[in-house]
Design a protein around this ligand. Structure first.
Ligand SMILES: Nc1ncnc2c1ncn2[C@@H]1O[C@H](COP(=O)(O)OP(=O)(O)OP(=O)(O)O)[C@@H](O)[C@H]1O
Ligand SMILES: [Mg+2]
Length: 240
């Protein structure tokens, strides 16, 4: 059953006083930040280059050591022992995708070699369907990852995450290096994943493109010099 807008919105991920500092330069990268992401929300994060959008998203994904605060998942603080599980379900897609040497298929199969995905099996048919939705044919599987364009690499990185069906996607400028057609393909891949899930999903999508923000967001956040703000109702309405 698809998620209905009437379903109560439970907090999926909560950040409490989340903070990051650059100890060497004694500089605040992320001021203590409270943030709640609930099921069904499609948050868009904008802000100038260097303002801390990636720092915030990576902190929320528990990818970097925190200098303060905590992240809660389904109402519970994420203990150190659960971080790997958390990252499996709250998936961060890097601004610059990192692929392994080998073929596209090798890259798609890689997560299934990790302990956290024990019990899950690579589904080639599903991956092909996802690639087809992004306008890439079956021959894409055998391509060498090192020969892909930046945009193609980003599509592979996204499919690698989507095939694992996370609860939330933290998307860090996933279309920055894509041509408009591929960018729309990525938007529709994410949109399908969001709409077809059996339980409610959520996204935080960093974008510099106001038109894209309007297409992919129903909530608008801005980052300025390490300070996160919810945009006023009027502008939030403009992107919903
Ligand atoms: N691990 C780190 N240690 C020290 N400084 C860092 C670290 N990571 C990021 N920074 C600094 O924090 C600031 C914010 O960086 P961040 O990558 O979050 O910017 P951004 O808003 O994502 O910008 P862009 O739109 O260009 O991607 C920058 O000045 C960056 O140099
Ligand atoms: Mg960034």
């Amino acid at each position: 059953m698809a998620f209905s807008p009437d379903t109560p919105r439970a907090p999926l991920v909560e950040a409490r006083q989340l903070a990051r500092r650059d100890a060497q330069r004694g500089q605040t990268l992320l001021a203590p930040t409270d943030f709640t992401l609930s099921a069904g929300e499609r948050a868009v994060l904008t802000g100038p280059s260097g303002s801390g959008k990636s720092v915030f998203l990576r902190a929320l994904a528990l990818l970097d050591p925190l200098d303060g605060g905590e992240v809660r998942w389904h109402g519970e603080a994420v203990a150190r022992a659960r971080i790997v599980q958390y990252r499996r379900h709250i998936a961060y897609l890097r601004q610059r995708p990192a692929l392994l040497d080998g073929s596209v298929e090798d890259n798609l199969r890689y997560p299934y070699t990790l302990a956290v995905y024990r019990g899950e099996r690579f589904d080639a048919g599903r991956a092909r369907t996802l690639f087809a939705a992004a306008g890439r044919g079956d021959d894409f599987f055998a391509r060498a990852a090192s020969e892909l364009s930046g945009g193609e690499a980003q599509i592979v990185a996204l499919v690698r995450v989507l095939q694992l069906d996370p609860e939330a996607l933290l998307l860090d400028e996933p279309t920055a290096s894509l041509d408009p057609e591929s960018a729309r393909a990525v938007e529709s891949l994410v949109g399908d994943w969001f709409a077809r899930a059996s339980t409610a999903r959520a996204t935080v999508w960093v974008s510099h493109d106001p038109a894209q923000a309007a297409r992919v967001g129903n909530r608008h956040l801005t980052m300025r010099a390490g300070v996160l703000d919810e945009t006023a109702a009027a502008s939030a309405g403009a992107v919903s």
